[in-house]
Design a protein around this ligand. Structure first.
Ligand code: SD4
Length: 321
């Protein structure tokens, strides 16, 4: 009796979620493809580069790689690539991942000396049977694939680290830099979705610490049937809930990207009532209709949008607190 009732409930739930998923795709909204969105204000420069590819009917995958290379190569951006703030030992260690419309994905974590970890991640995806390479193995792989070994610690970042050493307290302050990890997701004119995420991670972390950004399902997730999501903020809290995967699965169940981002942030609040008041985490999502969602724990999370209707503008995400 109990079993058949459970089966009935399960069947009804499946029918309900199928119905809402269909509702999502039968909405007669204007599809504003191509579209590219990325986290924080520096998303504008990155979007502009991605748009060069998308506007010529290029592939979303190529667009997101080219886009996030912009902050990676900018020594003034202290949270991504060259010029990223180091770990507590003064070492710049980078995390990145990339995912395409066929669920192919590649990632590197704790990679040193390479300006464009996103392109190493793409090589992992395309040239190896693996998804994630870390540390020295990732570096050796990069060098074997023609990447150049460089010093990523700029004078400014070294100075900031030496200042930090005076107290040596690891205490991330929400939004303090107002430009952190770049997560970028795009829908191209062939209706394919891809994403990229790259960062130097939390400044002054323990050497070897890896955040959410290179973890498929945490910092980034793409499902070409549904859409994509990416995250920024304190990566530990995103990993704990498989954040970006959760956003995409909530969209699959019929939620809009906005609703999905809000439900995901609320999951963090539910799990970490006290801690969630102090830290920042933000999610950004798009679905196959070109609809957007963005939501964060705290005020101050911004994102940049570029489409035919929105010429590369910065928006403020709504927040829980
Ligand atoms: C990390 N999520 O390493 C990254 C850092 C970040 O805003 O996005 N900071 O946890």
């Amino acid at each position: 009796m109990k079993t058949s009732r459970r089966k009935f409930i399960q069947a009804s739930a499946t029918i309900a979620s199928l119905a809402s998923a269909q509702k999502l795709f039968s909405q007669s909204q204007k599809v504003t493809k191509p579209i590219v969105v990325s986290t924080w204000n520096f998303g504008v420069g990155a979007n502009a580069e991605a748009w060069k590819i998308l506007s010529k009917n290029g592939r979303a995958l190529d667009a997101v790689e080219a886009g996030v290379q912009v902050p990676e190569g900018d020594p003034k951006e202290t949270s991504v690539g060259l010029g990223g703030l180091p770990d507590r030992d003064g070492r710049v260690t980078l995390d990145a991942c990339i995912m395409d419309e066929n669920a192919n994905c590649g990632a590197v974590a704790c990679l040193e000396h390479i300006v464009h970890p996103i392109s190493v991640a793409r090589k992992v995806m395309e040239k190896t049977p693996h998804v994630l390479l870390v540390g020295d193995g990732a570096l050796q792989f990069a060098l074997a694939n023609g990447f150049k070994k460089e010093n990523l610690l700029t004078e400014e970042s070294e100075k900031a680290w030496k200042e930090w050493l005076k107290k040596a307290q690891y205490k991330p302050i929400a939004n303090i830099e107002n430009h952190d990890t770049i997560g970028m997701i795009a829908l191209d004119s062939s209706q394919n979705v891809s994403g990229a995420c790259t960062t130097s991670g939390m400044a002054y972390k323990i050497h070897g610490r890896v955040g959410d950004s290179p973890i498929i399902g945490a910092g980034l997730f793409v499902d070409n049937e549904i859409g994509a999501a990416t995250s920024t903020g304190v990566g530990e809290e995103v990993i704990r809930i498989c954040g970006s995967h959760l956003v995409v699965e909530l969209m699959r169940q019929g939620n809009s990207p906005q609703e999905a981002c809000e439900l995901t942030v609320k999951r963090i609040v539910k799990n970490q009532q006290e801690k969630s008041k102090e830290i920042q985490v933000g999610f950004l999502a798009i679905n196959k209709n070109g609809e957007l969602g963005a939501y964060a724990l705290q005020k101050g999370f911004t994102y940049a949008v570029y489409s035919n209707d929105v010429p590369n503008k910065i928006f403020d995400a709504k927040s829980f607190y």
